[in-house]
Design a protein around this ligand. Sequence first.
Ligand code: B12
Length: 464
Amino acid sequence: MDLLLTHGYFLYEDPKELQIMKPYPPLGILYICAYLRRKGMQAEIFDSTFSTREQLLHTIQSGPASVLGVYANLMTRNNVVDILRRAKDAGWQTIVGGPDPGAYIEEYLDAGADFVVLGEGEVTLEELLPVLHGKSYRPLEEIAGIAFRSSSGSIIHTRSREQIRDINSQPWPAREAIDMDRYVSVWREHHGRGSVSLITARGCPYHCRWCSHQVFGKTHRRRTPASVADELAWLIERYHPDMAWMADDVFTIHHGWLFEYAAELNKRNLKVPFECISRADRLNPQVVETLAKIGCFRLWIGSESGSQRILDAMERGVTVEQVQTAVALCRSNGIQTGMFVMWGFEGEELDDVEATIQHVKKTDPDIFFTTVAYPIQGTPYSDQVADRMQRLKPWKVSSDREVRIRGRHSRHFYGIADQLLRSEVELERTRRKSSMEASAIAEMQNKIADLRTGLLASSGEVEA
Ligand code: B12
């Protein structure tokens, strides 16, 4: 075997996901595997999602040792660090890639990675693996897109890896290398329908200050509508899913593409319900109507804040009104909406929190998720708060989420804001349905008044 690919995500160690049970395979390593196999290399995947840490370690330790490539994001970091260390101990050469390592080159090299791959992994591994297996004597310094330690211990960072120009020429993810049916059946078991994921583009050109552009920069490349339709048709034939998830950062980024894709699906009489993520400014009546026609049943929109001041500070490039209009458009086209809300971005004050509460109440999405902003290393937001940021645990055993930002409102404050938001939205929904007794409504109003008092009282609490 030339390369064993894995990732550090173990579903059975994730109590939150065990309740949600909506797993998808890691497309990045599946793409790499397919590419290397096409080039005649022996690449395999140990998909950790449904497996245990012990099973992975057993595979590593029982050898024979070769080259291990691990995908890491900020959440899987501590598992990945553990895997790298164990693999080194068992004699493997180790490579790490994905969105987290490029932002922490030195840390990953110190934690047991022989190489950090920056950007897309396909071509870099095609060039690196023959050197590691002694089949090529090309100097490592000549291989673009890697960082490693020289024999003197200094870190060598080679020139940037050029991005794959034509992503259509790439083979589809090597789903046959993993137990893909298990993903579909877990979905079906827990949600009554099986789901598959696919991706139509790489990279996002927007510049929201908190978002990581570590792998693809701010570029954007799309596959052809026909190629995506081919993959979808094959997925349906091979795995019989009941729905799909288009895993793009912004699915409706290119309207012309979407209309062509819709025509392609229509021509083939292909329709499978799907969900996707988009931005409010990339939605209009024709786009939403098209989405509905091709089977979109739920659209996720990053709404983030109801305060224009904060949206502008995030460089989100979207207005509060655009979000409200987009959600209403979806509703009138029978598409459910999910909204992401972010608390605690730089400069957020009580008025902004209140604006967000009023915004979500007014917009009334079918679902919304909230998070307290966290600085992903390498983002403008992270640079902005760097001198006030304190890691709560050592890097190796934490993620970029476990940090304190001096001067920001306390976690307690955002906890109350969150409860207030949920209570306000619930009351608003109840009122709309007019299904609740007046006494119950009064009780909810009292709870809201208490929460608002609590929010005000805690607004002076800041992180030390
Ligand atoms: C789909 C997705 C998810 C899915 C994951 C499902 C799955 N198993 O794939 C879900 C919804 C579950 C999810 C959750 C989260 N996600 Co997410 N997600 C994405 C998204 C939109 C697409 C991933 C994808 O398929 N990309 C396409 C492939 C081709 O790209 P790739 O994975 O980066 O792989 C390429 C390179 O990285 C490299 N590479 C990858 N692996 C390896 C391995 C080796 C050895 C080598 C050499 C190279 C290499 O080569 C690959 C091919 O070119 C990305 C954004 C993006 N566009 O990538 C965010 C992204 C990965 N997610 C992110 C985040 C923050 C999260 C969450 C923490 C969010 C949250 N608050 O809960 C969670 C973490 C979940 C977890 N426990 O791991 C961040 C990660 C930032 C970081 N620095 O770590 C990203 C980059 C979004 C962003 N721009 O901020 N996510």
